[in-house]
Design a protein around this ligand. Structure first.
Ligand SMILES: NC(=O)c1ccc[n+]([C@@H]2O[C@H](COP(=O)([O-])OP(=O)(O)OC[C@H]3O[C@@H](n4cnc5c(N)ncnc54)[C@H](O)[C@@H]3O)[C@@H](O)[C@H]2O)c1
Length: 321
């Protein structure tokens, strides 16, 4: 592997995810170039990086002296060619749209060195189907979680033709960056966490739509029970503590019923129809009226940093055995 300072990183797409990923590479010492088709997104990305670095200083995670070189290692460009021309790793973080990503892969292919690795941040798409053949060996999905500068997990998903060296290099780079990579041997839509979240969401919307509980109490119930317990036991080890026999009986319980499959739950669509699209619109399930989006995200980051700091020990020992 080349020394960190010689491996250039190109981040394509500076929306919600790109800036945080760019920041993580820069913090680890890599020179990073950010590109987005939309100049406003580049400007907003730069601002997010500035605000985030200030938060990291104010919360004691970095010193003022440390942030200057981190800022200086990130440059921005208004075209894709120069961003990828000498990049060792290209982060594809453009909009989650098959045609958009297909065009971006084609453009990367015509400008980037043959050996450059491509890490796609897609949440669900099988990008291996839309990737030029000559790029298959050096490409994989590296799926980060928002906010990527705080949440440690990166799901690494192999394509059928991804070379083992590409996976090994990716995993060791991510570990050196203090991220937590988990490798999936083959593609499945949603990978691990978004598959689990899809099912949790289905149940939560069922409970809300049928008036069983308020959104506030549902959120409180989760925070006061499974959220902290999962930090200690994960999802699977919890069965050992419940007892596998009891868990099996619970699954067979005929009084229990699964929520009907409903892909347009009222809880979501009533809000959407009213224009309540979430934090970005000033209102979603909750009301953020009068608050600046950057401030809200900043508050979330401060809480998350506090939680991650205090629960770090749970990640250091893999299993409680
Ligand atoms: N938002 C999340 O929480 C999250 C989490 C994990 C993964 N992802 C995935 O990361 C990717 C990016 O998501 P996001 O939420 O940052 O999206 P976003 O919509 O916030 O940003 C996407 C950016 O891509 C830019 N773009 C579109 N076409 C482009 C092109 N041809 N060249 C350069 N830039 C282009 C857009 O201008 C936009 O700024 C998606 O694949 C998404 O599924 C998102």
């Amino acid at each position: 592997m080349r020394p960190v300072e010689q491996t250039k990183i190109a981040v394509i797409g500076m929306g919600i995810m790109g800036p945080g990923i760019a920041l993580e590479f820069s913090k680890a010492g890599y020179p990073v170039t950010g590109f987005d088709l939309n100049p406003d997104a580049v400007a907003a990305g730069e601002e997010i990086i500035d605000v985030t670095l200030t938060t990291l200083v104010e919360t004691g995670h970095m010193t003022r002296e440390e942030i200057k070189p981190v800022e200086e290692r990130i440059t921005y460009t208004d075209s894709l060619g120069p961003a990828v021309a000498d990049a060792g790793i290209i982060i594809e973080a453009v909009s989650e749209n098959r045609d958009v990503k297909k065009a971006v892969f084609r453009e990367i292919d015509s400008h980037a060195p043959e050996k450059s690795m491509i890490w796609s941040n897609t949440s669900t798409l099988n990008i291996f189907e839309i990737l030029p053949e000559n790029r298959q060996a050096h490409t994989l999905i590296a799926h980060w979680f928002a906010p990527p500068h705080i949440v440690p997990l990166v799901e690494v998903v192999k394509g059928e033709k991804t070379a083992s060296g590409t996976v090994e290099t990716t995993v060791s780079m991510l570990k050196a960056m203090k991220k937590i990579p988990v490798v999936m041997e083959k593609y499945v839509p949603g990978f691990i966490i978004n598959r689990i979240l899809r099912n949790l969401g289905r149940e939560a919307f069922f409970l809300l739509d049928n008036g069983y509980i308020s959104k506030e109490d549902l959120d409180l119930a989760v925070k006061a029970s499974i959220a902290p317990r999962m930090m200690v036991l994960g999802l699977i080890q919890r069965y050992d503590f419940t007892g596998l026999d009891l868990s099996a009986r619970n699954l067979l319980d005929e009084n229990f019923f699964d929520p009907p499959v409903d892909n347009t739950p009222a809880a979501l669509h009533d809000n959407i129809n009213a224009g309540h699209l979430g934090v970005k619109a000033g209102r979603g399930f909750y009301d953020y009226a009068g608050r600046d989006t950057t401030d809200i995200l900043n508050d979330r980051d401060r809480y998350l940093l506090k939680v991650m700091d205090s629960l770090q020990f749970c990640l250091e020992k893999e299993r409680l055995v």
